[in-house]
Design a binder for this molecule. Structure first.
Ligand code: MN
Length: 732
């Protein structure tokens, strides 16, 4: 991994192609050459901070991936990875020239580059890592991104010092751990070392000095140990490669930080590796070590029977070695050895090299997908994996506030969920949202990396319809609480009005205080509670009056009259409401203030429709269209009808209405319906096929529209389509 990457020159693509050919003899060389030429052309006017032509960067990134023996699509993606984001090249162009697979990989890398400009504070690093993982739907996207970061770190000396530190910090916080999690150890170690050099140059320097001292001191010891271990293995009939591997400066420094120790022992700086042919030999070799040398307790780890989550397998043990030194040994097979360095990439390269046709091998993708799922979890290897937990992460989206803070939400989350996640006050006052700078409906589905700007208003209140599309418990519970409170207010007003009316009939002055003597008897804690009980119909107002003034002769008596009293009280409230004309404009004119409004699901009224309200005591008012079939069932109770109309501020009301459509049963008919609705700026929120015959399908489509004219234009367009037999508005 540390070998120098040749500078891009006239023979640049040829040299890259040669390297890919060594592990992939059936390579389509022309494709790589064309990708290089296209990238070189697009970046022609650009220079790197070093002053070199920009193409040297993507070329070097491709070289890193070639060392990892990655497939041709990854190599091409590396060459093209900055074209869409940094040049006038478009994704469509990339797709036309290099195919859908490469285009989708380039798109994935570009998306990661776009979110990269967000600043990430320390505590957000974990979320950011999850975001990067979630966005790297194809593991190759992440591998290209890591190689990109690696080359930028290798050339960081050309960057301004403050920027160097920021990038190095981010590399340590985000990219090195990601490389570790997918097991690409070589990249992880180099990223750490390069960041270490930027952030703590003195510490790194002193460790370097100390290391070279220990190295010269212990040189013969290390060689002796290797020779002795080789002999041990040979005597046992095991063919083994034994090497000593120096630990990295960053890992030594981290250990010094963590344990507050200096390093002087051999086991602090060298790990011995015993590489054998198969798993049985691993355990055999372990047996030899443990029988010939004293074992240091607590250091034995079997990552073969229980691999690390990033796939790492090896046996680790520490013994008191031949020269009475602690020695740390790692025992593994050749295959495990390669995996330990390259992680996911080892599998990818292997399989590709052996049989290029396996590219489309679904099993391989599933394996990678599963790995991604596993490594995205913050679980320890001992933990048992539960499917639900895996799904939990897949079901997450990560979005940004305008300030760049990350908000983690379940997938399917909307701006309302986002608003409540920030603060319940923001949710309660939410009136609109911008997604990536553009105004978007509040029921829009958020995507990874979206920047969401919630607009609030002091007079904003939760809308009961939000409950239909929010996905977070927090949003739902706040909306419900609000609705409950709203209903309680409504009962309270109704209850007070009913009682007030009885008082008036009996020529008694009404005050809230006058009802206090009844509280205990009715087990109400407060006067408001008493009103609510009356409003909900648990108590009859007349009975309460009687209890308060038992000696008064009532003008009307019998609770059989109570219902008509209720109706009178209702109309009284309507009158007074209309007189007051209200301080806040209601979407519907003619309602009782504080009373919950529902839109009937049978007829789905939209602005512009002639409408009527139906009062249900304790539930509020339901708005129907005047044509709605359901109204027939209220024909006998005219006192429940409220005369209402749409307010003026309803232009952007975006109400959902239902259209029944009959289509011919043939290919493309369903698509035609959705296209027509979309073309007319209707937003389909739901649809269902209700009946199928050999010739026709019946379905309904729920469409979000501005008003009745908008709805009618969509219905007219549907009727005009050759695929549609009939289209009509649902009327109950
Ligand atoms: Mn780049």
């Amino acid at each position: 991994m540390n070998t120098a990457i040749p500078q891009a020159a006239d023979n640049a693509p040829a040299s890259l192609i040669d390297r890919v050919l060594t592990y992939n003899p059936t390579l389509d060389q022309d494709k790589i050459a064309r990708a290089y030429e296209f990238a070189a052309l697009m970046h022609a006017q650009q220079l790197r901070e070093s002053g070199e032509p920009y193409i040297t960067h993507p070329y070097a990134v491709a070289g890193i991936l070639a060392e990892m023996k990655l497939d041709p699509a990854s190599i091409m993606t590396a060459l093209l990875h900055d074209t869409v984001e940094d040049t006038k090249a478009t994704l469509d162009e990339v797709k036309t020239k290099f195919g859908a697979e490469v285009a989708s990989l380039v798109d994935g890398v570009s998306k990661l580059t776009r979110i990269e400009v967000q600043t990430v504070e320390g505590k957000q690093a974990e979320n950011f890592r999850k975001l990067v993982l979630a966005m790297s739907e194809d593991i190759r996207v992440l591998l290209v991104k890591l190689a990109d970061r690696l080359h930028n770190m290798r050339t960081i000396e050309n960057t301004k010092p403050e920027k160097q530190r920021r990038i190095a910090r981010e590399t340590l916080d985000i990219y090195a751990p990601l490389a570790e999690r997918i097991g690409v150890n070589t990249i992880k170690e180099e990223l750490e070392d390069l960041s270490f050099a930027v952030l703590h140059p003195e510490a790194r320097e002193s460790i370097t000095t100390r290391l070279s001292f220990l190295r010269s001191e212990e040189k013969s010891t290390v060689q002796d140990i290797i020779t002795k271990l080789r002999t041990d293995m040979k005597e046992a009939g095991i063919e083994a490669q034994v090497t000593g591997r120096e630990k990295t400066r960053y890992s030594i420094w981290k250990k010094m930080q963590r344990k507050n120790v200096s390093f002087e022992q051999l086991s602090d700086i060298i790990a011995f590796r015993i590489v054998v042919s198969n798993v049985a030999e691993c355990y055999h070799a372990l047996g030899i070590l443990h029988s010939r040398y004293p074992v240091v307790p607590g250091r034995f780890k079997d990552y073969i029977s229980t691999p690390k989550l990033n796939g790492y397998r090896s046996i680790h043990t520490t013994v008191i070695g031949p020269s009475n030194q602690r020695i740390e040994a790692q025992i593994r097979t050749h295959e495990m050895h390669e995996e330990a360095d390259l992680g996911v990439a080892a599998h990818w390269g292997y399989k590709e090299g052996k049989s290029p046709g396996q590219m489309a091998d679904v099993k391989q993708f599933r394996w990678l997908r599963e790995l991604l799922d596993i490594i995205s979890q913050e679980q320890r290897p001992e933990d048992i994996m539960e499917n639900t937990k895996l799904e939990l992460f897949q079901d997450m989206v990560f979005c940004f506030t305008p300030k760049g803070d990350l908000v983690e939400l379940p997938s399917g989350a909307t701006p309302i969920d986002f608003a409540y996640a920030i603060h319940s006050g923001v949710g309660d006052r939410c009136v609109g949202a911008k997604i990536n700078g553009r105004i978007a409906p509040l029921n829009s589905t958020l995507h990874n990396g979206d920047q969401v700007d919630i607009q609030t208003s002091k007079t904003g209140t939760p809308n009961p319809t939000w409950e239909r599309f929010v996905v977070t418990g927090k949003a739902r519970s706040h909306i419900r609480r609000y609705i409950k409170q709203q209903q309680r207010d409504e009962y309270l007003q109704l209850g007070r009005a009913l009682l007030q009316k009885i008082f008036r009939q009996e020529d008694t002055d009404f005050t809230d205080k006058a009802t206090i003597p009844a509280l205990k008897f009715y087990r109400a804690e407060t006067v408001d509670d008493l009103f609510v009980m009356i409003g909900m119909g648990h108590l009859v107002a007349r009975d309460v009056y009687k209890h308060l003034f038992p000696t008064n002769q009532m003008r009307q008596s019998g609770s059989g009259k109570a219902l008509s009293d209720d109706q009178d009280a209702l109309s009284a409230m309507v009158e007074s409401a209309q007189k007051k004309k209200n301080d806040k404009p209601l979407p519907i004119i003619g309602l009782i203030p504080g009373m919950a409004v529902h839109y009937a699901r049978c007829c789905h009224p939209v602005p512009g429709d002639r409408i009527v309200g139906i009062v249900t005591t304790g539930k509020g008012v339901t708005i129907h269209t005047i044509e709605c079939d359901t109204l027939e069932s209220f024909a006998d109770t005219p006192e429940r009808w409220l005369d209402v109309s749409w307010g003026e501020n309803n232009e952007k009301a975006n109400r959902v209405s239902r259209v029944n459509v009959t289509i011919f049963n043939r290919q493309g008919a369903l698509g035609a319906v959705t296209n027509i609705v979309a073309k007319h700026n209707g937003n389909i929120t739901n649809f269902k096929i209700t009946n199928r015959t050999p010739d026709f399908w019946d379905l309904y489509v729920d469409v979000e529209v501005n008003d009745v004219n908008h709805l009618n234009s969509i219905i007219a367009a549907l009727r005009a389509s050759q695929h549609v037999s009939d289209a009509d508005r649902a009327t109950g």
